[in-house]
Write a protein that binds this ligand. Structure first.
Ligand code: ADP
Ligand code: MG
Length: 252
C-alpha cells in the first residue's frame, strides 16, 4: 500500500528551484531514504511532508489525504525529527516532551507517563530533569527522537538523524529505528552516510539539484552500478563534477 504519493512536486524559493518536478511513491512500513549532496532538496521535501512548506506546483498525498487540505490531520499522524536541533534549551528533557505533547492535545497525566517511558526508551531516564544544555549532542539527538514519537506516529520523518553523532550514539539510533520499523512505522530519512542508508533503507531516492536521479533498492543499485552504495552514489551524483573539469563554468 502506498502511504505517500508525490506527483510533479516542485518548490521554488524565489528564483531557486529547490525541488524540480519529482514523482515518487513510498510504501507503508518501509524505510525510504532520500540521499544527495547539500542543497539537493532533501529537507525541502521533508518539510513539505509535514506541511510547513507548501509546494509551488504538483501535489503530495499522505495516507490518501492531500497536504493542502488536510494538513492538521496529517500532522497528527506524523513524527518529525528535524535536521536542526529545535529543543527548548531553557527546559529540562522531561519538560521538552511535555510541552511537545501539548501540540497533540495529549492530557498531562498521559503525557507525563509517556515522557518517562520515552526517556527510558532512549536511555535518558537519569537526565530527565537535567537542563538540555547539560546534555551531550548525542543525548539531544536521542531526545529529539523520543519527542518525534510521542504521538505514536504512523510515519516518522528523520532529517539527518545521525549527523555529527559518535559511532556509539549512531548505533543506538539505528537500533531504535529498526525497532520502530518492526512496529510497522514507515520511516523516511535523509542521510549523508551511505553505510546508514545501506543498513536501514529498503529503497532510496538519489537526488541532485532538486531532481531525483533514480529510485531503487540499495541491493539492485549495487548490482547494477557495482561497488557499495557509496560507490553508486558517487557515480550517480559525481558525474557533473567530472564534466565540469572540461569547462570553465565551474560554479564551485
Ligand atoms: N527557506 C528557504 N529560503 C530560500 N532558499 C531555501 C530555503 N530552504 C531551502 N532553500 C534552498 O533550496 C535548496 C535546497 O535546500 P535543502 O532542501 O535544504 O537541501 P538539502 O536538505 O538537500 O541540503 C538550496 O539551494 C537551499 O539554499
Ligand atoms: Mg537538509
Amino acid at each position: 500500500m502506498v502511504i505517500i504519493k508525490a506527483r510533479k512536486l516542485t518548490k521554488y524559493f524565489g528564483q531557486i528551484c529547490a525541488v524540480d518536478n519529482v514523482d515518487f511513491d513510498i510504501e507503508k512500513g518501509v524505510c525510504f531514504g532520500f540521499l544527495g549532496p547539500n542543497g539537493a532538496g532533501k529537507t525541502t521535501i521533508m518539510r513539505m511532508f509535514y506541511c510547513i512548506v507548501a509546494p509551488t506546483a504538483g501535489h503530495i498525498e499522505i495516507m490518501g489525504m492531500d497536504i493542502k487540505r488536510h494538513a492538521s490531520k496529517i500532522k497528527s499522524k506524523i513524527g518529525v525529527m528535524p535536521q536542526d536541533n529545535n529543543l527548548d534549551l531553557e527546559l529540562s528533557a522531561f519538560k521538552n516532551l511535555i510541552v511537545y505533547g501539548r501540540y497533540f492535545e495529549i492530557p498531562y497525566k498521559i503525557s507525563k507517563r509517556l515522557a518517562y517511558d520515552l526517556l527510558d526508551y532512549v536511555g535518558l531516564t537519569e537526565k530527565a530533569h537535567e537542563n538540555i544544555r547539560n546534555l551531550s549532542g548525542g543525548m539531544q539527538r536521542a531526545l529529539l527522537l523520543a519527542r518525534a514519537i510521542i504521538n505514536s506516529p504512523e510515519i516518522l520523518i528523520l532529517d539527518e538523524p545521525t549527523t555529527g553523532l559518535d559511532p556509539h550514539s549512531r548505533h543506538n539510533v539505528w537500533h531504535k529505528l529498526k525497532d520502530l520499523k518492526e512496529k510497522d512505522t514507515t520511516l523516511i530519512l535523509t542521510t549523508h552516510y551511505m553505510e546508514e542508508a545501506e543498513k536501514l533503507c529498503d529503497k532510496v531516492a538519489i537526488m541532485d539539484r532538486g531532481k531525483i536521479i533514480i529510485i531503487d533498492t540499495p541491493k539492485h543499485l549495487m548490482e547494477t552500478y557495482g561497488g557499495n552504495l557509496e560507490d553508486v552514489y558517487l557515480k550517480l551524483t559525481g558525474k557533473k563534477l567530472k564534466g565540469e573539469e572540461n569547462n570553465n563554468n565551474n560554479e564551485y
